[in-house]
Design a protein around this ligand. Sequence first.
Ligand code: GLP
Length: 252
Amino acid sequence: MSKKAASIIAGQIRSKPSSVLGLATGSTPLGTYKELIKMHRKEGLDFSRVTTFNLDEYYGLGPDHPQSYHRFMEENFFSKINAKKRRVHIPDGLTKNVGAFCLRYEEMIKQSGGVDIQLLGIGRDGHLGFNEPGSSLGSRTRVKTLTEETVRDNARFFSGQEKVPKLAITMGVGTILDAKKLLLIASGQVKAEAVRDSVEGPVTSSVTASALQLHPHVTCVLDEPASRLLAQKYYYMYVEKVAETIEAEARI
Ligand code: GLP
């Protein structure tokens, strides 16, 4: 899953070295970052002209807080590639004026030319970024209150559930849908229901990842357990095979 996701992102960077990447945190993208780092070291994958925007950050955590998404990205990705600091953007969890900051974040994304490819994980309740159930499908970058389930799920990274911030700054669903391409990754049976509801369920703000169905260019990279509940799973695999055959024939 990670290799496939990394190869899609690397393909984007190779075809447009000044690509704008939307990045995600959580345990799922870790493997993708590792693969991209490997490609940087072994194949010279060049991030020097790339611009990045992260989906979200805990509200109230500064960049040096060990559980902040700033720190996560620095430790797991940015310190190991050659991206330029001035082109790396992550929401500021310590902003004094959150409304103005969120508007500025949206503006910066627009000024960059828009996100070329947005990497996404998925929460167990089907959230993207921190767009918890009930988030408007047209929402923009703003502060969201985390559900108790999300707080519990993320407690494993903190020294106790009470230490997990209750609020986060997150790109909105509308912000995410503005990206030119979306790349959702999910692994493990724990994500199977969220994946099924997002890919095959009705489009609803109760499962914000179901908004992916409204986007013209989405790729879902799933491992076997995460795809287990998809009713059309074998059709999707067949579609991929047909596409590969056509590509192979075109190369002959
Ligand atoms: C958090 C992040 C999401 C991520 C989710 C799942 O809520 N804000 O972007 O998709 O966690 O994380 P994991 O990949 O660890 O299951």
